[in-house]
Design a protein around this ligand. Sequence first.
Ligand code: SF4
Length: 694
Amino acid sequence: IIDIGTPEHSVVTTCAYCGVGCTFKAEMRGDELVRMLPYKDGKANRGHSCIKGRFAYGYAHHKDRITKPMIREKITDPWREVSWEEAIQHTASEFKRIQAKYGKDSVGGITSSRCTNEETFLVQKLIRAGFGNNNVDTCARVCHSPTGYGLKTTYGTSAGTQDFDSVEQSDVILIIGANPTDGHPVFGSRMKKRLREGAKLIIADPRRIDLVRSPHIEADFHLPLKPGTNVALVTSLAHVIVTEGLADEQFIRERCDWDEFQDWAAFVADPRHSPEAVEKVTGVPAEQVRGAARLYATGGNGAIYYGLGVTEHSQGSTTVMAIANLAMLTGNIGREGVGVNPLRGQNNVQGSCDMGSFPHELPGYRHVSNTHAREEFEKAWGRPLDHEPGLRIPNMIDAALDGSFKGLYIQGEDILQSDPNTQHMAAGLAAMECVVVQDLFLVETANYAHVFLPGSTFLEKNGTFTNAERRIQRVRKVMAPINGYEDWEITQLLSNALGFPMHYDHPSQIMDEIARLTPTFEGVSYEKLDELGSVQWPCNEAAPDGTPVMHMDHFVRGKGKFVITEYVATDEKTGPRFPLLLTTGRILSQYNVGAQTRRTANVVWHEEDRLEIHPHDAENRGVRDGDWVKIASRAGETTLRALITERVAPGVVYTTFHHPTTQVNVVTTEFSDWATNCPEYKVTAVQVAPSNGP
Ligand code: SF4
């Protein structure tokens, strides 16, 4: 028990770790944060929290925090501390020099799903209006970009359909490629409560996640599909529902495009999509698939929750659309207890996408070729905007290697550790002339940076985050930024130095601009957020207090669109050299690349990445529990300790990506989603062999 004494005052703010968006009271004594207390009135958490939000804030004062700007001529030079004035002027002159020499499209930027909506909005504004191109992308590229594509295509909006409360009305919960008790612990607990009350549970996951069997909960069906076969499995679920007459025809006739549905129904009814026909592909017994399909279609309110096990595949967008088809097919959309719900990883991944972080979309998901939308922004910002989509992160790296992309401004994202194919990423970064990293620590990407701008933590800034249920919540400053500036102020300084002036005094003014320019945010203001606690977009004249459940009377796009989802096997194949399939994920106590959780002195943060391997595969290789093993793919190799477990099936191995010492992304490949380039982290053919250690 730690005696924290009596806090003198508290500030209500939002957790900066995951897409659940728990509200906390940050309790203070003077300028010292003494406790994070889950806030009972928090709409997303109702007084609950997990260990990360509750305890993992120590990184804010960690000795590794960089508090002074630094520059260097070459990435092999030592860093030199400089004043903010010098750092900003140097950065601006470098970007100007590069654009003058190589053209306006030779530079770009990356926004962060860890930063606020206001900060993200400013970075994309700087790129579009200041740099004059659309070379802006976000770390959502590597997680939920297929959600954006898939749900926009089928339903008309790039977001989940429900609020978290909705799960309390669900009768059947179908989880595909998500691990809520580790990835989204507070919402995972709400889900467990509903399951203990009697809701049925179907899990499609190659791995036996905790929810398959935990105290008082046992999944009715666990479909342990082979990594990379989601589309085949979900289409076979649809096959059963269509061919056994379990579809909700009235809903489809009223709410969806009937002609498209008929074409789609003929496609899924083809015997080649039957569970028996695809059993060899998915590895899931046909009877299990039939049983799960019948349960989802006839068990009452059916809700689908999915995660990165769906999106991070070469067919990520196809799977999202296959899932959307399934919900429309059964009428499980547009009311409480049902829907299609992507479980967002980072605290503001929804917000970073909403704010126009993609190279083809302005804020509010309007395509850059949309003249009317572009004119609104041009009028507000006083600059002509490019109508051609810009470069995605992988395209920026490829262009750097081709010599046409030379300067990159990265706010709060460690692309070297978190993106796939580390060697390729490193070569691309090394080929640039000015890489600017704005972050808390000297993260791995900073090894390739020429300028380091120290960023601020969520405790040191004002703004908003948008969680997985589209809930916009206030982030309130608890302490002064130890670097001197909030992140949005740094972007503003840079923009001013580049000759595109910005004049905000407070992030509330940025939100006012967002509301003026983004129809789904029209009614959002700090006053409203302070009054209501939070709002879920769309928030506008039609829904002044926000929208908990979407698509209630009609889909945002009008009629729901059934999309034909043909299964195409990934190009990543196992064979004699690489006979096992590696898939990756996360654990509860660590957060993404671990930059924050590894720097918090507390109980369990220092767990290492382990390789889960089935006893059969371990025995074949002479590997014992805890042994060092080398894992190799055609992209690279790394070393970590083995954890022998039946959580993974024979032929499948699994690990996390939290530690830079492991750098598991040196083995992941260059393959990515056909529509969005979201990397295929979930399928890598590998070999595992005993090792003497790193
Ligand atoms: Fe923070 Fe997510 Fe944990 Fe809530 S569940 S405390 S938002 S990490």
